[in-house]
Design a protein around this ligand. Structure first.
Ligand code: ZN
Length: 271
């Protein structure tokens, strides 16, 4: 007999996601367009908080079974500045620290001399940067190849909204974006082109994987967790027979309630 395995998708979203802010102080980012912030000390503290958040949130990708090896990445916008923080490329998840997160401008260029700048940023940095440049309401971006969601992406099939939890969270189907090769703006263009004006905070990039957006990095991570959860449930449902459906009016009502009434402010819809 083996112990029953605890599914990675069953844990509550609590604890580490709301932990205290930690991490070493970073200096002011020299030579950036970050002048929007009142003082350099204030900006340094804000960057610090985002570094700590983004570093810590990568552990959630592991906890919920969304990534293997060094795949996947989280980024967070620095509020009040044209900057964001993203994971370095090819570094083990266990070794990610606030100081090894990489500070970039909105063109995806690493800010020279900032902590972590000796490392290469995630190979998806251009895609994240494109989203921040073109969707000012977005404060966090996550990318994974989580298994069930990527299986839908491999088929190029949107995930239909057939359960209330998905109506709550996504307000409809999770759409499929175009096939795009890594290395230039094409992934970013595909994400923005698919999600702009869409209720869903997740897109299945055809033949690739999941990108999610959120009001901040934590919100985007939550969307990535929920995407895999509904991808898995609805895949399993379909193995047993034909899927049911939820009337569009009911989806609208569920989405409106969840986004506006349930819980606390700051969750949910981007639009
Ligand atoms: Zn990828």
């Amino acid at each position: 007999m083996t112990e029953p395995q605890t599914g990675p998708l069953t844990g509550p979203l609590t604890g580490p996601l709301t932990g205290p802010l930690t991490g070493p102080l970073t200096g002011p980012a020299p030579g950036t367009a970050a002048g929007a912030e009142a003082g350099s000390e204030g900006l340094a503290a804000v960057i610090d908080r985002v570094r700590a958040d983004v570093a810590r949130l990568h552990a959630e990708l592991i906890r919920y079974g969304l990534v293997v090896w060094t795949a996947g990445n989280v980024s967070g916008r620095v509020p009040g500045a044209d900057l964001f923080v993203i994971k370095p490329s090819g570094v083990d998840y266990d070794e990610l620290t606030p100081a090894s997160m990489i500070l970039c401008d909105l063109d995806g260029t690493v800010i020279k001399g900032s902590p972590g700048s000796e490392l290469s940023p995630s190979s998806d940095t251009a895609a994240h940067a494109y989203v921040y440049r073109n969707m000012p309401e977005v404060g966090g971006v996550v990318h994974t190849h989580s298994t069930y969601a990527t299986a839908w992406a491999a088929r190029g099939e949107p995930i239909p909204c057939v359960i209330t939890g998905m109506a709550d969270e996504f307000g409809g189907e999770i759409p499929v974006g175009p096939f795009a090769i890594i290395g230039d703006d094409s992934i970013g263009r595909g994400i923005v082109g698919t999600l702009a004006g869409h209720r869903s905070r997740a897109v299945l990039m055809r033949g690739h994987g999941v990108f999610t957006i959120g009001q901040n990095a934590r919100d985007a991570v939550k969307a990535a967790v929920m995407t895999e959860d509904v991808a898995r449930t609805i895949h399993i449902a379909r193995q047993g027979g034909e899927l049911g459906s939820i009337a569009p009016e009911a989806i609208d009502s569920l989405f409106a309630r969840y986004q506006n009434v349930y819980g606390q402010p700051s969750k949910g819809a981007m639009h």
